[in-house]
Design a binder for this molecule. Sequence first.
Ligand SMILES: *[C@@H]1O[C@H](CO)[C@@H](O)[C@H](O)[C@H]1NC(C)=O
Ligand SMILES: *[C@@H]1O[C@H](CO)[C@@H](O)[C@H](O)[C@H]1NC(C)=O
Ligand SMILES: *[C@@H]1O[C@H](CO)[C@@H](O)[C@H](O)[C@H]1NC(C)=O
Ligand SMILES: *[C@@H]1O[C@H](CO)[C@@H](O)[C@H](O)[C@H]1NC(C)=O
Ligand SMILES: *[C@@H]1O[C@H](CO)[C@@H](O)[C@H](O)[C@H]1NC(C)=O
Length: 410
Amino acid sequence: MDTSKFLLTCALLCTVTEVLSNVLDDYTKTDGAYSVNTAAVEVRCSVWTGKDLIDLRPLIHTTGSYLATDKDNENSPDFYINICQPLNPIPGVLCPPGAAVCMNPDKGQPIDIGRITSQSTPEYNSNTGNVEMVFQSTTPCSQNTSLNYTSKVIFSCQSGTDLGTPQMIRQQQCLYVFEWATPVVCPEILTTSGCSLHVSQLQYTFNLTSLSGLVQVPASSYKINVCDSIPDSACNNSAVCQMDGASGVSFGHSKAMSLDYKRQDQTVIMTYAGGDPCPPVTDKGDMCVFPSQYLKKTLTECTTEGMTEQRLWCPITSDWNKDHQWGNCATESTKRQSTILFTCNRTAGRGSPELLSETKGCSSTFRWITSAVCTPKKMECQLVSLHKTYDLRTLSSLTEPWKFSSGTDQ
Ligand SMILES: *[C@@H]1O[C@H](CO)[C@@H](O)[C@H](O)[C@H]1NC(C)=O
Ligand SMILES: *[C@@H]1O[C@H](CO)[C@@H](O)[C@H](O)[C@H]1NC(C)=O
Ligand SMILES: *[C@@H]1O[C@H](CO)[C@@H](O)[C@H](O)[C@H]1NC(C)=O
Ligand SMILES: *[C@@H]1O[C@H](CO)[C@@H](O)[C@H](O)[C@H]1NC(C)=O
Ligand SMILES: *[C@@H]1O[C@H](CO)[C@@H](O)[C@H](O)[C@H]1NC(C)=O
């Protein structure tokens, strides 16, 4: 691969990664897997399917718990479940501390039937396409005292914006099996049509058309018109253009647009390629500096001047005579491109883009906080809890559930 191209590509990717990691929260990220720190053990909360990374963190209950019952059994005990971290205290139900799966029978004390151990990491079953998680407990099983109770949660794919809840499906001796139909484990299929992006897993279409229209990026010389092109003739059909007086440099052609969605960051990523050629760089990735003094001349482009072989070179400071800093010009020139990261803020309205970074005059990255990419509230509510934990535990009654009554007591 051509070095300059590689470096430029890397620079762009690194910028995006960096930006995204700033958006990311305090969950530890190791080897591309997402882990959660619990007081006792750190467990991986994601699984690699061989094609995608499935991240189960959106399903973690940070403040409450999931309630599961056996629909076919009228006298089913209540099961309280959390994944990747132990249950939060449940008002009125005294589950053993540290349990992640707790069974509360009609009569008797709640018992621990599953904990987070180093083995409770999600596993992908390639035959069924399901993800499974096993929770061992330290509670001896009444049916066979040589065993402890164990719980298993099977996550199956069900598209939609509802994250689903677990159901108790069967008990096999000392093993309790739950099924959880959820979009989180569905393979993700993205379909772009014009300026909209359909995400199969969410069964939701992001439509960015409402954001089109010329905007000046504050504190920069960039103009942007997403889903359309900039009317200024200096910008020649670009969607992102850097203006310098009457002249413009294209940072991406309006037709060379692609859309992507990063579930972990809840970010819609729009990329424009095919802008004007990038400024020349050396084969080591340094930017050529023009104009630059070379002997008695002023250089304004790569030159073979002074070279015995006919190789193009350029100075990398503005005065070669003083600094003697130079490099061979990269032979293949890439085209300018830009990336816009859209994130949701319900109260931001249309919002406006801001420049996050510009790399070697060749690729620029913007962030645009807008209500146009907000997903339906039902989904948002649980996903947002990932990034911001609103701890309502202090509000929960420790003795019994709150009772609500209408204005007049009866
Ligand atoms: C069951 O849990 C106890 C701790 O309460 C532990 O000592 C024992 O090894 C466990 N048994 C099995 C079969 O895992
Ligand atoms: C109890 O579990 C052990 C280990 O799985 C098994 O070997 C034994 O047969 C079981 N006993 C009964 C009564 O099911
Ligand atoms: C996106 O919105 C525009 C207008 O707001 C509409 O014309 C277009 O059909 C929408 N596209 C999709 C795929 O829904
Ligand atoms: C505008 O772009 C077209 C191709 O998209 C190119 O052929 C033409 O030279 C460009 N014009 C200017 C003034 O840059
Ligand atoms: C959302 O936007 C509003 C108004 O622009 C701002 O006050 C608020 O801080 C933003 N919220 C977040 C979470 O960024």
